[in-house]
Design a protein. Sequence first.
Length: 221
Amino acid sequence: MFNKVLIVDDHDDINQAVLNILNKKNIENVQNAQYCDDAYLKIKKAVFDQHPFDLLITDLSFKKDHRACKITSGENLIAILKLEYPDLPIIVYSMDDRLQKVRTLVNRYQINGYVCKDRKGSMELSKAIKAVYNNTRFLSYQVKNALSPKSDLEIDDFDIALMKQLSLGFSQLQISTIFSQKNIVPNSLSSVEKRLNKLKDKFKANNATHLITIVKDLGLI
């Protein structure tokens, strides 16, 4: 079993819950960090001291506070670590259950596990730790279809944002205004219309309502 594990999460209760899971597996050398910057420094120092971590468990989202951070998200941390320490096993433990996000993390960064925080999160995380230790990738049941060829639709964050606004009942003109206010680009009405038409073609949707039904069934929004 793993010997040295780093937990990265800004909630004390989550840190404690993960620690309890690791303790049950007799993993006693556990450290935690509430900031991604701190996590990166801990990992770098451990390698320098020749006692590296052999597993990282990290959230994706971290709330901003008074402290200025260079690494502001779990995904940014993963991207950096996979460049510098590609052999470090990483399990994501997150509330985010978007298939597109999971697919990106697996395909782009080769993460070893993705566990959704919910009522069965602790049980799933325990399974993930065992699976990753045995060199097997683990995905929670909510996102297990993320790597299915049927869901490999190559959509980006803009597409997700657009479809979310559509699902809330906003018109294309309203979405254009919302994107402009949030500095999301492109945000012109013509850009929104063109992207929506491409999405309808991609998903073979008859209209915007049909599109939203399809992407919700796929777990993309």
